[in-house]
Design a protein around this ligand. Structure first.
Ligand code: ATP
Ligand code: MG
Length: 206
């Protein structure tokens, strides 16, 4: 499509991918790819994830190289998300440890600490205006598990720099955030291979 968006009409959107069906994270990754192809800087912060090695981590590193960015996109020590990124950049950071115990027992304080640290980084990255698109992957779960307050997230989203796009993923998006968002998509499960006992497949699930 020709780029027909007049400069004055450009604005940052808040998007939410929620619902029980598969595709919330993959749709966010697809949008991130689209943004990167447009020369936009993309920061993907994965709340809760950490123990699995996802294919997108290697794809991000390759894309960074292809786009000519100096920085590697796969975790490691923090080059602060608030520092100015190269003009083109595609960074994914896993900020959890992959498994959160829920129901019954109390949430492990270590998981809460990780979510709090992840949120501090996310808020700083959004408010810095350094990134054109910030994806908060699985943040809805952190909110749903009461590890993060929806009000705190809403407060940052309300005063984000105008041009910054933010995508939030995960089931059971909080009504306050749904209200605030511009575009909300609910994935509906028609069927899922897992129900037939088919385990997660490389390249499709991770
Ligand atoms: P994906 O990362 O594949 O886009 P998702 O982000 O929509 O999935 P999550 O709630 O983050 O879904 O769960 C991630 C994992 O759970 C993936 O391995 C995904 O295939 C699997 N999953 C998603 N939806 C379902 C479902 N309805 N039934 C069983 N497993 C599912
Ligand atoms: Mg997901």
């Amino acid at each position: 499509m020709p780029d027909s968006t007049p400069e004055a009409a450009r604005r940052g959107l808040i998007l939410i991918n929620t619902g029980p069906g598969k595709g919330k994270t993959t749709a966010a990754l697809g949008t991130a790819l689209r943004a990167a192809g447009n020369g936009m800087s993309v920061l993907i912060l994965q709340f809760l994830k950490g123990s699995w090695h996802y294919g997108e981590l290697d794809a991000a590193a390759a894309l960074n190289t292809a786009l000519g960015a100096a920085e590697s996109g796969t975790g490691g020590t923090l080059s602060p998300a608030t520092s100015s990124p190269p003009a083109q950049n595609f960074v994914i950071r896993q900020l959890g440890r992959g498994f959160v115990k829920v129901g019954g027992a109390e949430t492990d304080p270590e998981d809460i600490r990780l979510v709090e640290a992840a949120w501090a980084e996310a808020a700083a990255a959004i408010l810095s205006g350094d990134w054109d698109l910030v994806v908060l992957d699985e943040i809805n779960y952190a909110i749903g598990y009461k590890m993060l307050s929806p009000e705190a997230v809403a407060e940052v989203l309300r005063r984000k720099p105008e041009m910054v796009h933010v995508i939030l993923t995960g089931r059971n998006a909080h009504p306050l955030l749904v209200e605030l968002a511009d575009t909300v998509t609910e994935m509906r499960e028609v069927k899922h291979a897992y129900q037939r006992g088919i385990l997660a497949q490389r390249g499709i699930e991770f």
